[in-house]
Write a protein that binds this ligand. Structure first.
Ligand SMILES: NC(=O)c1ccc[n+]([C@@H]2O[C@H](COP(=O)([O-])OP(=O)(O)OC[C@H]3O[C@@H](n4cnc5c(N)ncnc54)[C@H](OP(=O)(O)O)[C@@H]3O)[C@@H](O)[C@H]2O)c1
Length: 336
């Protein structure tokens, strides 16, 4: 029987709505490495060891298996629905049919409502799962404020209907947020962005916290096992940097746990993925013991390498220069 960490012991983060949620969640993207059953088995184990927050997505292709696991946990009295914080996302091909996507996720996840519902990417550009990074969809187009707000308005309607409790945005840039935040009637509670020690996204982090939008950091460990197609020769392996190795040695733990402590102490919610019990238990436990010192936090702050791992090439439109166009690096929305 795995170690149980009392959920009450896990620190909480307060959303602008006043709701308190766990400071760490479990990722559920099995990619091409793990079957839906392997991922859902890990979710079953994670609930029993004390996780209460799960980061799901329609496009991960495993929501119905995870739903079986939630259902069993409710039936067996392991946990009540109200004690879980379930997040999911509408995929790019459903931006015109958000309610349909949301209802399908609720049905698959067997969870009655979604706690935090994200717009996974800020444009409807679609690609087949697992496709090559060089593939282009001729229907892809640049970000449009109007199209995004049309999708966002549907999310606001879902809050009013009680299907979702909070709205989330993901893979955003500051120029895009500047354009859309003033148009919103219900502010987003959180933004999911890639954030790890060699890609800290300080500007976005600061912008989000200033706007009371909780940063949720995906790939918090630098996704060491991401598919080959997402690897570039210049990528830095966060956990193998001498600084992370050294700090881990001082704490007598794996550098993965140092990355998670850093994320938590900085103020973002990390959502690490693992199907291995020893790993996911230690990832949760890292939140409740042996914090990093101020000096260690400062040392990790120096590890920024601008090392974006999810470049998003597959979402590019014809005429786009390269993946940098997706991230508005010049400070304005790239529309050509
Ligand atoms: N919003 C978005 O667009 C978006 C994009 C990407 C990801 N996400 C979310 O973020 C989650 C996390 O991202 P990710 O899975 O790519 O990357 P990650 O969490 O940074 O890395 C996961 C890998 O790290 C290893 N690991 C986990 N815990 C460990 C530990 N304690 N010690 C040593 N190694 C450990 C595991 O490798 P082994 O399997 O080899 O043990 C695992 O496969 C996803 O599952 C998904 O929910 C969201």
């Amino acid at each position: 029987m795995a170690e149980m960490i009392q959920p009450a012991m896990v620190p909480k983060v307060k959303l602008y709505t006043g709701e308190e949620i766990p400071c760490v969640g479990m990722g559920t993207f099995g990619s091409d490495r793990f079957t839906p059953e392997q991922v859902s088995n890990a979710v079953a184990g994670a609930i029993r060891c004390g996780y209460r927050m799960f980061d799901c997505a329609a496009c991960y292709g495993n929501e119905d298996q995870i739903g079986e696991v939630f259902h069993a946990a409710f039936e067996e009295g392991v946990v009540e629905r109200k004690d879980l914080f379930i997040m999911t996302k509408v995929w790019n091909d459903m931006h015109e049919r958000v309610e349909e996507s949301c209802r399908k996720s609720i049905q698959d996840l067997q969870c009655d409502y979604i706690d935090l519902f994200f717009i996974h990417w800020p444009f409807p550009n679609y690609h087949a799962p697992g496709c090559d990074v060089d593939s282009r969809n001729p229907d892809s187009r640049p970000f449009s404020v109007e199209e995004f707000m049309n999708t966002y308005r549907q999310c606001e309607e879902l809050v009013r209907k009680g299907l979702i409790r909070h709205i989330g945005i993901s893979n955003m840039t500051i120029p895009k947020m500047e354009a859309v935040l003033p148009l919103m009637e219900i502010m987003p509670s959180a933004c999911e962005s890639e954030m790890h020690v060699c890609f800290q996204q300080k500007e976005i982090f600061d912008y989000l916290t200033e706007h009371k939008i909780q940063p949720i950091g995906f790939m918090p460990l630098g996704s060491p096992q991401r598919p080959e197609r997402d690897k570039c020769p210049e990528d830095v392996a966060d956990l193998q940097t001498p600084e992370m190795q050294e700090i881990a040695k001082a704490h007598g733990c794996h550098p993965a746990l140092i990355a998670l402590k850093w994320a938590h102490q900085r103020g973002q919610i990390p959502i690490p993925f693992s199907v291995h019990e020893a790993e996911y238990v230690s990832n949760l436990k890292a939140m409740i013991e042996d914090p990093l010192t101020e000096e260690e936090m400062q040392k990790i702050a120096t590890l920024e390498r601008n090392n974006r791992l999810v470049k998003g090439q597959v979402f590019l439109w014809e005429g786009a220069k390269d993946w940098h166009d997706l991230w508005d690096e010049e400070g304005k929305i790239v529309t050509l």
